[in-house]
Design a protein around this ligand. Structure first.
Ligand code: SF4
Ligand code: SF4
Length: 226
């Protein structure tokens, strides 16, 4: 087993549900260009907690969301430190952080979804979320960017939404356009991030500090237990 395989196995042993590797050079902002390899970490959310979301998030979901983000930050931090020990550069992209100094508002320094889709782990649904064939959108993602070569496959998975529009019709603020995702398409083609954020802030500030909703996660047929 080489180091990249060992590292992915360690991440699984420490709590990741799945991992994947991609070359994201063409999708990186200038300041991250040297770190062209991405190691994606996915952690599955609790079905029971997601199933309890109705027309609003629950307090338990908000805590769970933050606890899983903390786990992901720990996983990517530990992975990043191991890569650095090998003499390479690495950055653990924060699990959940938006920054104001990028071109698009409501964005991270690098979108986890980009690396995850480029690793062939799933697609972006009409809900604007990463959708895994096994777990649907009931996952959270993390990313380690590095200049250490990783075994990439970059086998893009096509969107599996088909004719489904359940999330689009369930969104209380009509933030979802109904357009289907293609690799490289702008997020704004799929979701009005401002409308979504404004809705969460106006309706759910008391539950999840305006950062969670969960309706378009809960309704997706992918990931619902049969
Ligand atoms: S999180 Fe809520 S408001 Fe935002 S797109 Fe999904 S259902 Fe709509
Ligand atoms: S609810 Fe339907 S359209 Fe929305 S992400 Fe899931 S499969 Fe795609």
């Amino acid at each position: 087993m080489d180091f990249a395989e060992e590292l992915q196995q360690k991440l699984i042993d420490w709590g990741a549900t799945f991992t994947g590797c991609s070359n994201v050079e063409n999708a990186l902002p200038e300041n991250l260009k040297p770190l062209k390899y991405a190691l994606t970490v996915g952690v599955r959310l609790s079905d029971y907690i997601i199933d309890q979301i109705t027309d609003k998030p629950t307090y338990t979901y908000f805590h769970h969301y933050r606890a899983v983000n903390t786990l992901i930050d720990q996983l990517t931090l530990r992975g990043m430190l191991l890569i650095q020990e090998k003499g390479y550069y690495a950055v653990a992209v924060p699990a959940s952080q938006t920054v104001n100094d990028v071109k698009e508002s409501y964005s991270a320094i690098f979108p986890h979804k980009t690396a995850a889709t480029m690793a062939g782990l799933g697609w972006i649904g009409r809900n604007g979320l990463f959708v895994s064939p096994e777990y649907g959108p009931r996952v959270r993602l993390g990313t380690i960017l590095t200049n250490m070569e990783l075994p990439v496959n970059n086998n893009i998975v096509e969107a599996g939404c088909g004719e489904c529009r359940i999330c689009v019709d369930s969104c209380p603020t009509m933030a979802l356009t109904g357009n289907c995702w293609e690799q490289g398409c702008d997020r704004s083609r799929i979701v009005d991030a401002k409308a979504c954020s404004d809705y969460m802030n106006s309706k759910f500030k008391h539950i999840g500090r305006g950062s969670v909703c969960g309706i378009c996660i809960r309704v997706c047929p992918y990931g619902i237990r049969k």
